[in-house]
Design a protein around this ligand. Structure first.
Ligand SMILES: NC(=O)c1ccc[n+]([C@@H]2O[C@H](COP(=O)([O-])OP(=O)(O)OC[C@H]3O[C@@H](n4cnc5c(N)ncnc54)[C@H](OP(=O)(O)O)[C@@H]3O)[C@@H](O)[C@H]2O)c1
Length: 245
């Protein structure tokens, strides 16, 4: 039995990951902002075999509550084996170009709130010398593009932060996992037309669980995105800036 904390637990990818843990009979603590959706997810996980499921309502941008809510979730679990941070939004890029306030709000949701939560979690786990922290970033964070650079910059900054944290915690016993999905068919991408590069939340969930068990550092999910992003990063900036991708 493992003790699993999931922040952004109503996300489709988070829910698919939580289901795998419920089927293993793990103990779960869930944090999300939508109380009725959160309760529905919790009830489903109980029926799927979770040893216990506790839930906590919190908006990730409510920074003043991060320490208190994470401490309560930790107490309900009796410790944390794996904490997954999954919340996020896909910003309206054009709105963020017109409005610096919108850009800051999106950056807060997709970057600063995550960095705050990760900092609290790291400081909880480091003295215990055990546990994993997994954070869902995105392949969008690997290179800035005109169509989504607010989202990409936020995810990229989280990835850089996690690299530093991993370096800090190396040797401490605490594992830090950066999860970079490509296109995933979830409510976040409901308006996109889908194609062969798209994955389901359950495929990503299996990848997250496997990467966490193997104590990987950084994973692209599905794995073929590693090659795609390597090629995209190889394009010289003087050419890349002219492309519309
Ligand atoms: N779908 C993709 O193609 C894709 C690709 C790469 C990375 N990702 C990342 O994967 C993660 C999960 O997204 P998803 O695809 O599973 O989409 P999703 O089902 O739309 O989930 C997004 C979740 O984030 C929550 N959220 C947003 N703002 C929040 C806030 N301020 N406080 C608390 N919760 C908040 C949403 O809660 P509400 O339901 O209450 O709004 C929702 O549960 C995100 O970090 C996303 O950026 C997704």
């Amino acid at each position: 039995m493992k003790k699993i904390l999931i922040i952004g637990a109503t996300s489709a990818i988070a829910e698919a990951t939580a289901r795998l843990h419920a089927e293993d009979g793990d103990r779960l603590a869930l944090i999300a902002r939508n109380e009725s959706h959160l309760e529905a997810v919790a009830q489903d996980l109980r029926q799927r075999g979770a040893e216990s499921v506790s839930s906590f309502v919190m908006d990730a941008n409510d920074f003043a509550r991060h320490e208190e809510v994470l401490a309560a979730a930790d107490e309900s679990l009796g410790g944390i084996d794996f904490a997954l941070i999954a919340h996020g939004t896909l910003p309206d890029q054009e709105l963020c170009e017109r409005s610096a306030q919108s850009m800051r709000d999106e950056f807060s949701t997709n970057c600063t709130s995550t960095l705050s939560l990760v900092t609290v979690l790291a400081n909880m786990l480091e003295p215990r010398g055990a546990g994993s922290i997994g954070v869902i970033t995105s392949v969008a964070g690997d290179r800035g593009r005109a169509s989504n650079y607010v989202y990409g910059a936020a995810k990229g900054a989280v990835g850089l932060f996690l690299g530093g944290l991993r370096n800090r915690l190396h040797g401490s016993g605490v594992h830090v996992l950066t999860i970079k999905p490509g296109f995933v068919d979830t409510p976040m991408t409901a308006d996109f037309s889908k194609g062969p590069l798209w994955a389901t939340p359950s495929v990503i969930a299996k990848g997250i669980r496997s990467a966490q068990k193997r104590r990987r550092d950084v994973v692209h999910l599905p794995g073929f995105w590693l090659m795609i992003m390597l090629l995209i990063r190889l394009i010289p900036e003087r050419i890349f800036k002219r492309l519309s991708i």
